[in-house]
Structure formats: C-alpha cells, structure tokens
Design a protein around this ligand. Sequence first.
Ligand code: G4P
Length: 190
Amino acid sequence: MKLLEDRILSDGEVIGGKILKVSNFLNHQIDVAFLDQLAQEWKNRFSGSKITKVLTIESSGIAIGASLARALEVPLVFAKKHQSSNVNEEVYSSKIYSFTHDQYYNVVVSKKYILPGDKILLADDFLANGNALKGLIEICKGAGAEVVGAACAIEKGFQNGGDQLRKAGIKVESLAIIEKMDSNGIEFRK
Ligand code: G4P
C-alpha cells in the first residue's frame, strides 16, 4: 500500500539494519486517522470473509487492532503478556520467543473472549519472524476458533515469518513488505 510505504520512507528510521523505528505514527505517538486508513484497506482485502473478532497482542498491536475492529464492527480482543509461566484453566495460553528481545514470554487470553466457532482476524503492527502470530494461532486452535487471516502493517520480508505463515495456508495481508533496509535506504517487495 503506497500510503504506508511513503509514510515509512518519510518518517521511518532504520536502526542497525534490522529494526525500523516508526515511533512518530505507530509505536509511541499514534496517528489514529492514518491507522483508520490502513484499517479500510484491510477491510477491502478481507471483504469476502465473515469475521467475528479481531485478536492482537499488547501493547503496540492494540492501536492497529482497535482501528481494524472499528472498521469491521466487531470486538477487539488482545492477548496479555505474562512473565510467569503460571497460567490457569480460565485462560488459553501460548509461549512465544521474541528474536527482537531474545526472550520467551507467555501470552494469555481469557476463555470468555474467544469462543469455539469464532472467525478470527489476527492483527499486529510488525511481522518479523512470525512468532507472535504463531502464538495467537495456537490460542485460536485451542479455543476451536477459525483463523481467517492476519492483518499486519509492516512485514520485514527478510525475516521470513510472513512467507512461512503463507506456506502454512494463512492469508497474510501486510500493507508494506520490506525486502531490504540499511543506512542507504529501504526497498519494498513489489
Ligand atoms: P515476531 O513476533 O514476528 O517473531 O517478531 P519479534 O518477536 O522479533 O518481535 C518482537 C517485538 O518487536 C514485537 O513487539 C514487534 O512488534 C517488535 N518488532 C519487531 N521488529 C520490529 C521493528 O523492526 N521495529 C519495531 N518498531 N518493532 C519491531 P513487542 O515486543 O511485543 O512490543 P510491543 O508490542 O509491546 O511494543
């Protein structure tokens, strides 16, 4: 989506070749009207699917997820991060490894908010190795809910998580896919 690619080129900052900082519209200061425009694009891309809920992970996923849920007129559910592995029977949980932070964390969702038969659209700001989405998929499976697809704003194509998920049959719709980035610039997938 050209709108997002242009915003990344004007406002993004590449840190050390692997991290893209987009704090002035997505990760710290949030351009809500801009996210609403992204949400309309996802609404078009998933127009053939019946969706009952949007599911994301705290914290940065919540803003994207809220715009998307508003556009689709469904609730947003966000998985909560837990440091401890003490989970109880009232929640679905998944253990996720973050390459960016080199640590494992648990995410949990109350069994009250994902029900068997729900048709779930996953949402996140960044898609890198795909572990966060894989964790959410595991939670949906545990709940007997169907994963309709994944809506990601920025995919780092060179980290392969998006392509692995597509190979596994998930409809992944990223609005900007970065093939390469360094101090000389950013290249998007055509
Ligand atoms: P993965 O889920 O695709 O495997 O990615 P990874 O574990 O490496 O990502 C972990 C966290 O880092 C996520 O946020 C993700 O949104 C963020 N992230 C990954 N790559 C980038 C990047 O290039 N730029 C920025 N700005 N963020 C990136 P998180 O740890 O869950 O934190 P938050 O959602 O609470 O902010």
